[in-house]
Design a protein around this ligand. Structure first.
Ligand code: NAD
Length: 236
């Protein structure tokens, strides 16, 4: 399916992005063929219990993920999204990705629902800091431990982040969802807010998803190709 909808014709735009956006950069998605959780057990590497048991082992896994992301680069679709924000008055990015590619290419009006691989936080003293060490080895923060500032299995999303994202999505007139399977909750339900508010909704995903019915238009193609189509008329 194609479309004659164009991003330049809307006033308040939200891009809602998932792992499929970064698939064209070479970062594997979690689900589907080659997905990370086929190879690694999240109970050993990606939950608070595992970290409390063995912080060094959990950091070893996350350092490997940092290295994998650092070996890749943002793609044309990340760049097009950042250009839309630079060119248009009201563009917000709500992402489930933790790879940090959106901020890297200049997206500023950004909600990282699941945090970032490139931030660490200490749950003992409450400190949060940006950190791009590769590998990250300075694990102790005073009496506590630095952990990756990402949402692991069983963690709650930050309230201010989910609230900000929900507000932007409820107020948009165009929601473009890119590369998300729509099965990770509560993030997956956010596009419904745009649908209920009467916004135009577009799904970019080569495959149908359990959320496809929330979208008026489904573009069954990769992220870069679809963004090039939707950005026609803009200098991206
Ligand atoms: P997912 O892995 O569940 O689904 C990825 C989706 O992307 C699939 O529906 C797939 O069909 C689609 N896709 C594949 N190639 C595409 C392309 N070229 N263009 C557009 N779409 C494409 O990802 P999700 O829905 O984001 O949920 C997974 C969770 O995994 C999130 O919580 C996220 O934090 C995390 N995750 C993040 C990264 C990252 O930061 N890059 C990578 C893997 C997983």
């Amino acid at each position: 399916m194609t479309t004659d909808l164009r991003i330049k014709d809307f006033k308040r735009i939200v891009f809602f992005t998932g792992a499929g956006l970064s698939a064209e950069s070479g970062i594997p998605t979690y689900r589907g063929q080659g997905g990370l959780w086929h190879e690694y057990d999240w109970e050993t590497y990606a939950c608070q219990k595992a970290f409390d048991r063995d912080p060094a082992a959990v950091w070893k896994f996350h350092n490997m993920r940092r290295a994998a992301v650092a070996a890749c680069a943002p793609n044309q679709a990340h760049l097009a999204i950042a250009r839309c924000e630079a060119l248009l008055p009201d563009v917000t990015v709500v992402t489930q990705n933790i790879d940090g590619f959106h901020p890297l290419v200049g997206s500023r009006n950004l909600f990282e629902l699941h945090g970032s691989l490139w931030r660490v936080r200490c749950d003992t003293c409450g400190a949060i800091k940006d950190n791009r060490d590769l590998p990250f080895e300075d694990l102790r923060c005073g009496k506590g431990w630095w952990r990756p500032d990402i949402v692991w299995f069983g963690d709650h999303l930050r309230e201010d982040v989910i609230e900000g994202a929900s507000k932007a999505i409820s107020a948009c007139d165009l929601l473009v969802s890119i590369g998300t399977s729509g099965v990770v909750y509560p993030a997956a339900q956010l596009p419904r807010l745009a649908q209920r508010a009467g916004a135009v909704t577009i799904e970019i995903n080569p495959e149908p998803t359990p959320m496809s019915d929330a979208y008026e238009v489904c573009l069954r193609m990769g992220a870069s190709e679809a963004m090039a189509l939707l950005c026609q008329g803009l200098d991206v």
